[in-house]
Design a binder for this molecule. Structure first.
Ligand code: ZN
Length: 229
């Protein structure tokens, strides 16, 4: 019998009868130290894998109440609520993706987009309630637009897609300058604006299986047209 065990028993002996059983049960319920190290191995998830590389950063520029609409499990999320906070975090966190709520009153979307586009390896997702704002966001250089209301898994999917599709390296940096490098934007040279007839409409979001949203960057018109793949 170990000296430790004896010590415990002698402590138990001096307790009043009514407490003895409880104290004994408590002692026997304690697992040997080794057992705690065994638990991760025996649990269904197995050992937690060590983090070999830090998780990519995601800056969410949105009003306080809306931050939870931007879940992203595989990113370290930095919520910001004003233009100046956003500009600071973009400089310091070097995010892989920046999500901007175009409707947030304290955030100047055009200014934040401009700051993000200085870093060619950062993806830029804009969410908005009205498609009428799409031409401004596209001209500011956003890679993808998501119209509200959206399901949380949809925004998480778009953020993940931007992160995967955004090219790396110096050739990628040049490609990322294009509006349609990644995400859902696409330029259609044959599609002309119904308002001003300028060709090369930009599609920025799907509406249904049959239609999608288009924007004209010449006159800021926005319309629904047939879906093209
Ligand atoms: Zn037009």
């Amino acid at each position: 019998m170990s000296s430790h065990r004896l010590e415990v028993q002698s402590c138990v002996r001096v307790l009043p009868n009514s407490l003895r059983l409880g104290a004994r049960e408590m002692v026997s319920a304690m697992l040997p130290t080794r057992a705690y190290t065994e638990i991760p191995r025996l649990s269904p998830g197995g050992f937690q894998r060590p983090h070999t590389e830090p998780r990519a950063a995601l800056v969410v520029a949105a009003a306080v109440a809306d931050v939870d609409r931007f879940p992203a499990a595989n990113f370290t999320r930095y919520p910001v609520h004003t233009t100046s906070e956003a500009l600071r975090l973009i400089e310091t966190a070097r995010p892989r993706v920046v999500a901007i709520d175009w409707d947030a009153p304290e955030i100047d979307g055009v200014q934040v987009c401009g700051a993000v586009r200085k870093f060619p390896h950062s993806g830029l997702l804009v969410t908005m309630a009205s498609p009428q704002h799409a031409p401004a966001a596209l001209k500011a250089g956003c890679h993808a637009i998501l119209l509200k209301p959206f399901a949380p898994n949809l925004v998480a999917g778009r953020i993940g897609r931007l992160s995967r599709e955004l090219p790396t390296g110096s050739a990628g940096a040049r490609a990322a300058q294009s509006l349609q490098c990644c995400g859902t934007n696409r330029v259609w040279p044959e599609t002309s604006c119904p308002e001003c007839n300028t060709p090369s409409a930009t599609s920025f979001e799907f509406y249904s299986y049959r239609r999608m949203w288009y924007a004209c960057l010449a006159c800021d018109a926005v319309w629904l047209g047939p879906r093209q793949e």
